[in-house]
Design a protein around this ligand. Sequence first.
Ligand code: MTE
Ligand code: HPA
Ligand code: MOS
Length: 759
Amino acid sequence: MIKHIDAASHTRGESQYIDDMWQPADLLHAAVYASPVAHGKIVSIEMQDALKVEGVAAVFTAQDIPGRNQHGTIIQDDLVLADKDVHYIGEPVAVVVARTPEIARAGVKRVRMEVKESPGVFDAREAYAKGEIIGQPLTFTLGDVDSVWEKCAIVVAGSTETGGQEHAYLETQSARVIPLEGNTWRVYASTQSPTAVQKTIALMLNIPFPQVEVDVPRLGGGFGGKEDQATQWAAIAALSAWKLKRPVQIVLSRAEDVRMTGKRHPYSSDFKMGLSKEGKILAYEVKMYQNAGATADLSPAILYRSLFHATNAYYVPNVRAFAVSCRTNLLSNTAFRGFGGPQGMFVIEAAIAKAAEKLGMAKEEIQRKNLIKEGEMFSYHQQVNAPRAERTWDEAMQIYKISDIKKEIQAYNDKHYETKKGCAVMPICFGISFTTTFLNQASALVHIYTDGNISVSTNGVEMGQGVNTNLTEITARALGVRPERIKIESNNTKRTVNMSASAASACTDLNGNALLHATAQLCERLYTFAASELKLADKAKVAVVAEKVLYDGKETGWNWDKLIISGYLNRVDLSAHGFYATPNIAFDAKSNQGNAFAYHVFGTAIIEVTVDCLRGTYDIDAVKLVHDGGSSVNQLILRGQVEGGLAQGLGWMTLEEIKFNEKGLLLSNALASYKVPETYFMPDDIQVKFLEGVDNPASPFGAKAVGEPPLMYGIGVFFAIRSAMQTFSPNKTFAFNAPMTPERVLMELHGDYLKEVQR
Ligand code: MTE
Ligand code: HPA
Ligand code: MOS
């Protein structure tokens, strides 16, 4: 097992991001003037003062765009630069290009825009009531909820809120565009979607796709924030470069990035759940109102995933799940690890918590009773295959001794008045595949050089998640060579084409399988050649293991170097293109039924907290989990992803609060006023165990995708804190509103009193 192949260069600060690459002497820098008002008609844009700033080369607006002013992928409502109207505070309106980034920003300060303001809508439910929706509302139906309510022993209903989340990737949105000869353009971009950038720029400049080369060396984090939303910045740099025929770079400052880019979608939801007196869930109805912000972006696809995961890891025989994307005058919200799944899962966890209170049963008892089993069906009519919900649950309870945990908590709570401990169990179930079926394809290009070293290009973008490390492992195992032989190349639209976004946790599955398709061709050619050259009867018995050419397990005297150089001299093709399309998936977007996913990832986490019930502050004491990672390509990458995802989930549920004022101005507009979890916030005790002896035929070497699912373990912390609060104030009812910031804990516990004394 190798370490993350970027580990050394990252920690030494030697890894290069867009802004670190050597700059051409002629490089200009762009900065964006963004709308200061949430909604209105543009009356005029005044640029003369900006142009007077020494060092400013030009100012461009939508009027300068020769072709399509559009970067939307699902619905065409995302403008590169605002045209007639502005729709949110932070919407790019004009771009100032200058000798340095500082001068460009000085220029931005002198741009003036006159807007005829109109009222803005900021609340999802209000937007829905006004008919401001994006696409169509969606409904998933299984069984018939309406006929079941009466038969239920109890029915609970309620509402939930979950908040947005800032991606807080380390590298801000960045791109550099370099003019090449004859109206062709090289674009370095920090994007999860090289092809989307290529296509958007080509259509914007009215040129054929092959005239735009997009190259992505790596990302300093994406987390979904660069799946669609990196495109606009690359397009803005490309427009500037095209107008000036000079290289132009844009690198957003942290403040610009936070103020101008979309975040996780806040959801406001209603639920109704009916159960038997034994705690079996008989019916579940949910209505989710997604706050999309001003444009579609990926909102419709994200909305789908909220529905796919509306019943989490549970089997519910009767489901009606409704979701609608609501257009508001806020930043356009976008993909964020989990892609709508976490928002859907939070609601059913809240419903179960409420049902548990009404039934006088432990929440875990209801959760355990309803975990999905082999052959049972999700609300989208896909039967679950090899579910490991019960197995991860039971192993977690056993390994971590839940009864001891509960006893300790009880003992602590009996002794302490102002601080209380609480715990919660969080099972997860996450479907692997793009829910937009056609996106489930990838390609790879492998070259073997005559020194025996290997160049690998795929559609998989390295964003820190370790796809390049996994691809290195896969190539090494498939060809039987040392990992040091392998160079994973940047993603480049000239080497692999028509790339789906690197997203949906599917990079290693899709690109690893495409890569295996390419290496299989190389092996076939090389083994056939070796068999004929070495006079071996059966080419099927040839293999390369640890760089030695073996026949029927025995050494032949040839090694990898000899094989490659001999192959080259005998004119064997040492390059191969591989392609993969996930088989056996099909989802019908008309009936909202079908096998949307290649498989599901399962796991169970136990989360323990201590809450200071006088101050509202809390500590996360422990997270102990059992995760189904399949047989894993690389255990270190797997573990890193589980811990990283968990951290983001914990942050989303607790500290991270996006706030706007009543005019739609982002108040939490810096990392000083928006708190992301750091090492001190994370629990000292994090225990991660992986299911053993589990296979997964859909992924290279039996691994399972891991990128997004662990984020949803974090949901448990909300319920752990809530449980401690209930121990402190057993007669209070607490809202299902996340994030559960310390301020919210305090107000929920003592808000009435605090208001009283304030008066
Ligand atoms: N891990 C790191 N370090 N950086 C990232 O940007 N993105 C997450 C997840 N883990 C991300 C990450 C998201 S949103 C997805 S979809 C997956 O990685 C994408 O990569 P994968 O398909 O290789 O899991
Ligand atoms: N995940 C991430 N991105 C996507 C998806 C998905 O399921 N569908 C379309 N884009
Ligand atoms: Mo991940 S949200 O699918 O980029």
